[in-house]
Design a protein around this ligand. Structure first.
Ligand code: ADP
Length: 151
């Protein structure tokens, strides 16, 4: 049976930190679905969701085991529908840990077969966040060193 993982997030935008988690995840899983969740809480996006789907596809165009989808339902439901038994997430710091800890408990309750797997960020990418990129981009700063594609 194939080991399918989903890597869910807002990805507004997708960063080199996210890319690193996905590529490292490939050593653990056969297929990874990058799943852009939209409309839950953070409904006002900076980068349109269709635009980000194209950019992530472009980033992984040479990796057939990585696909991209959007979803607007519970992550646990999306995973079940896609036969994914693993939920991949990245951890940068204790703030991420606190947040991830509580959502993984909720996801486990909603779908007991879904195992959350956490990868600690690579030091080179620890300082990268989507919110910093949005802020720099908003004021016309250069974000090219933080994203794996051209805007
Ligand atoms: P969410 O809105 O669900 O937190 P994000 O798009 O911000 O989604 O992040 C998706 C996942 O990637 C989360 O697990 C987050 O902790 C992780 N992540 C974000 N930035 C980095 C980074 N620089 N290095 C490693 N993991 C990261």
């Amino acid at each position: 049976m194939k080991r399918i993982a989903i890597f869910p997030g807002s990805f507004d935008p997708f960063t080199k930190g996210h890319e690193d988690i996905v590529l490292r995840g490939l050593t653990l899983f056969d297929d990874i679905i990058v799943a852009i969740g939209y409309n839950s809480g953070k409904s006002q996006r900076y980068f349109p969701v269709e635009f980000m789907v194209e950019k992530i596809k472009e980033t992984f165009k040479n990796q057939p085991s990585i696909s991209v989808q959007t979803f607007s339902e519970l992550t646990a439901e999306f995973a079940k529908r896609n036969k994914a038994r693993y939920l991949l997430r990245g951890l940068r710091n204790t703030t991420d840990f606190e947040y991830e800890n509580s959502i993984s408990q909720v996801n486990r309750n909603l779908n007991p077969e879904l195992e959350s797997v956490f990868l600690i960020t690579s030091p080179a990418f620890a300082a990268i966040s989507s919110s910093i990129i949005r802020e720099v981009h908003r004021y016309k700063g250069d974000v090219s060193s933080m994203i794996p594609y051209k805007l």
